[in-house]
Ligand binder design. Structure first.
Ligand code: ARG
Ligand code: ZN
Length: 883
């Protein structure tokens, strides 16, 4: 096939809708083997559209069309046409009522988009374009209307029937059926529609808003999970309060519902008044969920709640503007998490994701701007670039404008655009108007892909006490964007004296202040900054709090990094200095010529720096744990010209072991000091203790191959574990070891938890992430485990997604890792294209590997592109990767 089978959609082709919908009434009748949908809408031509006449074109997929009526009259079949993706009605008046009856088969819907069945219940996922799998409609975010939904179903199996808005009627029907009617007073685009039908139990609570309205809060789950909803409920109430206090935003309906489902393509969905969640982000008990799960739930519950204003009340004009709601809402949930827990640790984890995942995407064949210019399949653009880099853009505006102007701008945005579908420009314009600044150069951050690289040169003139910085920026080319322009970069810095004291208070020069930091605005390709009023050469702490999503060209000596890792009072930068130092050391090990390596590969100064960290008085134990944790292989490899997976793996593990051996007694001391077997509490202190013990055990386990005392430590950690966090810490350590302990713990774990799907996901994932030699074979075996299923995205991500990130084994020189994942992707693509396309991620950067691996990776990508009946989703990813 020479011609491209799928045509891209382009932002420049955007046209306002030709028709608008005044209201929509849905009657959805669930039967045993199919569902009938009667959609009645009132439409009229859009006066703002370019075209004032012509047919009505509606989107629809996988639908059986049974009937079309216009103003009550049946439309003859020769007056409309259907294609696999649309319904076109030739002649329609300017104002009319349309009735469309369709039949669908949710039980066969394995793509999990539209209406589908998950563990007995029915649920929907309509973002981005799932509503067109329910009825023919103007399925685009700039068409907003009031929804009325009637659901009919068999009463005994589906006692709970939910949709958006307020419950207005319910009653019995003949033959053991019943109905409910929901009315949503807020006009919304179809992607925010939701429906749930099932035999669910609920926990209920309430929240009184600052204006005194009482909101009913409900979380719906299967009965056996009822006891696992408290943390989600507590998180929801915290989020509601926080949004009132920080953003002045109050909830608008009288009821807020969350439903947990087992089969879900993404994390969760912000449907108006009826959020539908991957169960992973709702269910938690100390026995089944780790501290990371608790944190994830808190963040995702908040994220979906915050969407009610940033996404639902003000929505996106088109899908290119996705970051308008996602980047902004991620920034808001990050602010919330920082306020709930350790702000420094929160920021560290955000930056880890950015550097390890987003920077990689930004330098890959899939690089795209925060606002993409074209797509083949929009579901491929729910990316770390749109979400997390998008959040960094909002953070930069916050930093540039300062807190007060930022919140003024936000309020103006809501006030101007409530009830509208808008663009990223509209958001930035509100920020500009509220601050009186020209933010047009800032739009480049939305349109230009790639990660800017900053080079920094320092100068010092002792006689004048003059300190200078030359900052230059350069963004490497990305596909379709060979030439780049400078972007406005807010650079937060601090200057320290030799004792670590802050020197910026008395500083003069061209700058503003942001809290304890100095703000430099880098707008040009190269720029100078001068500071006077210093008596000795300062130490520079730069890019504090990671004030912009850029790469810093390393310009600091190891001694300087070691100094900052101890003295910087910006906690984030203290961590960053330790992290950068570890990165340099690991890179040395990878790139050094093994012939001229002396016995000790790691410099004493690094070992000393890490030891002073271990022995330091850091009281935030989570922070200490993060400072000790090494950058991952997947991070380190970004700095390598050509990646040799075997060499990277060996160097990495040699480095880690050397460090562990040097620190052994310190690590054991820390471990014993903080190891606790008391009752589980999800508190900052306890999370910190567990996290620190986990890092210690991870290092110690790297030495355990011939050390029964350390193997025993893993065993006892497992046996004494009173919660899932500790159990997983021990299991993860044990799985790296080949031998009896690993087999014993895996068997015990499986036996204990085989009834808990979310826990079994961990069991699959931990084996797929193992560095042990036989990992590919184990993953192969797990594919045939009775609990493995391609129909459950969480399970696929646990086994295949995790294995794809296991750098060494995925890239096994035999090609066995590639073949395994390719086989799964090809099979999965026929069932669930969205998830299949995600699993292809590890193949994308094939150019970075040696000739033989390149060949194998490319052959895999080609087999995806050429697969008969390949999905749009997988085709786009594989085809772009081949370039
Ligand atoms: N809007 C959801 C969120 O909160 C993501 C849903 C995306 N789903 C999809 N199939 N593309 O981030
Ligand atoms: Zn979101």
């Amino acid at each position: 096939m020479d011609q491209q089978p799928f045509q891209p959609i382009r932002l420049v082709d955007y046209q306002p809708p030709e028709f608008l919908v005044e209201r929509l009434s849905l009657c959805i009748s669930l039967a045993a083997d199919h569902t009938l949908v009667r959609a009645t809408s009132v439409l009229h031509r859009n006066r703002d559209a370019a075209k004032k006449s012509g047919p009505l074109l509606l989107s629809g997929e996988h639908l059986e069309l049974l009937e079309v009526r216009l103003n009550g009259e049946k439309v003859a079949p020769d007056a409309y046409r259907t294609t696999p993706e649309s319904l076109e009605i030739d002649t329609v008046p300017d104002d009319f009522q349309l009735e469309v009856v369709t039949r669908l088969y949710p039980d066969r819907n394995t793509a999990l988009s539209g209406l589908y069945r998950s563990s007995g219940m029915y649920c929907t996922q309509c973002e981005a374009q799932g509503f067109r799998r329910i009825t023919y409609y103007l399925d685009r975010p700039d068409v907003l209307t009031r929804f009325f939904t009637r659901i009919e179903a068999e009463a005994e199996s589906f006692p709970v029937l939910l949709a958006n808005g307020n419950l207005v009627a319910a009653g019995r029907l003949p033959q053991g059926r019943h109905f409910v009617e929901w009315d949503d007073p807020f006009p919304k685009p179809s992607y925010l529609f939701a429906l749930v039908a099932g035999n669910l139990s609920q926990i209920e609570d309430s929240f009184v808003t600052r204006s005194g309205r009482r909101i009913v809060l409900q979380i719906y789950v299967e009965e056996h999970n009822r006891h696992k909803c408290d943390h989600a409920m507590a998180s929801l109430k915290k989020a509601m309060k926080w949004d009132e206090e920080v953003y002045g935003l109050e909830y608008d309906l009288d009821q807020y519902m969350i439903v947990a489902v087992d089969h879900f393509n993404m994390g969760a969905m912000e449907n108006k008044g009826l959020n539908i969640f991957n169960a992973k982000y709702v269910l938690a008990s100390p026995e089944t969920a780790t501290d990371q799960d608790y944190l994830g739930i808190q963040a995702v519950i908040a994220h979906e709640y915050f969407h009610n204003w940033t996404g639902n009340r003000v929505t996106c004009r088109d899908w290119f503007q996705l970051s308008l709601k996602e980047g902004l809402t991620v920034f808001r949930d990050q602010q919330f998490s920082a306020d709930m827990d350790s702000a420094a640790v929160q920021r560290i984890n955000e930056v880890r994701t950015l550097r390890q995942v987003q920077f990689r995407e930004d330098s890959s064949p899939l690089a795209h701007p925060v606002r993409p210019e074209e797509y083949v399949e929009i579901n491929n653009f729910y990316t770390v670039t749109v979400y997390n880099k998008g959040a960094e853009l909002i953070r930069m505006l916050y930093t540039l404008l300062g807190e007060a102007a930022y919140y003024r701008g936000f309020a103006l945005y809501i006030q101007r655009h409530d009830g509208q579908a808008v663009t990223c420009e509209d958001f930035v314009q509100a920020m500009a108007d509220a601050s009186g600044r020209d933010l047009s150069p800032f739009m480049r951050w939305y349109t230009q892909a790639g990660t800017p690289q900053l080079t920094i040169q320092e100068s010092w003139q002792q006689e004048q006490g003059l300190y200078g910085l030359t900052v230059s920026q350069q963004t490497p080319p990305t596909p379709g964007q060979p030439r780049k322009v400078p972007v406005p970069i807010p650079l937060l810095i601090g200057l320290l004296d030799d004792q670590g004291n802050d020197l910026t208070a008395t500083l003069s020069g061209d700058h503003e202040r942001r809290g304890d930091d100095v703000l430099l605005e880098v707008t040009e390709a190269e720029q100078q900054f001068r500071f006077t009023g210093l008596t000795s050469r300062p130490h520079l702490s730069v890019l504090r709090s990671f004030s912009a999503p850029v790469k810093l060209h390393s310009f600091r000596t190891r001694d300087e990094l070691a100094f900052l890792s101890v003295h910087d009072h910006d906690l984030f930068n203290r961590w960053d200095a330790a992290f950068s130092l570890s990165e340099l050391v690991l890179l040395d090990l990878v790139t050094e010529d093994s012939a001229d390596r002396d016995e000790r590969g790691i410099s004493d100064s690094y070992l000393q720096a890490m030891q002073s960290l271990v022995r330091s008085s850091i009281t935030d134990l989570s922070l200490l744990a993060e400072a000790l944790r090494l950058p991952t292989e997947n991070y380190v490899l970004q700095k390598l010209e050509q990646i040799d997976p075997d060499r990277l793996y060996q160097a990495y593990h040699r480095g880690k072991q050397e460090l562990a051996a040097f620190l052994e007694t310190d690590l054991l001391d820390l471990y014993r000091k903080y190891r606790s077997t008391g009752a589980y509490r999800f508190s900052r202190e306890d999370v910190g203790q567990r996290s620190l013990c986990g890092v210690c055990l991870d290092y110690l386990a790297s030495l355990a191959a011939h050390r029964t005392d350390l193997t025993e430590l893993c065993r006892s950690h497992y046996q004494e574990a009173g919660n899932m966090t500790d159990r997983m810490i021990a299991l993860t350590a044990a799985v790296q070891l080949e031998g009896d302990l690993r087999e014993a713990l895996l068997a015990d774990f499986e036996q204990a938890w085989h009834r808990e799907p979310l826990v079994m996901d961990k069991w699959f994932a931990v084996q797929a992430s193992s560095s042990a030699a036989d990992t590919v074979g184990r993953v192969e075996k797990l594919l045939h485990h009775p609990d493995f299923s391609l129909n459950n995205p969480n399970r696929v991500r646990a086994l295949i997604g995790t294995f794809g990130q296991n750098h060494f084994h995925f890239h096994h020189h035999s090609g066995s890792g590639y073949r395994l994942v390719t086989r799964v992707i090809l099979e999965l693509d026929a069932l669930n294209p969205q998830v299949a396309a995600r699993m292809a991620g590890p193949f994308v950067s094939w150019r970075r590997y040696d000739g033989q691996r390149q060949q194998q990776l490319r052959a895999s990508l080609r087999s995806m592109v050429e697969k008969p009946g390949v999905s749009r989703d997988l085709y786009e990813v594989a085809n772009k990767s081949l370039g």
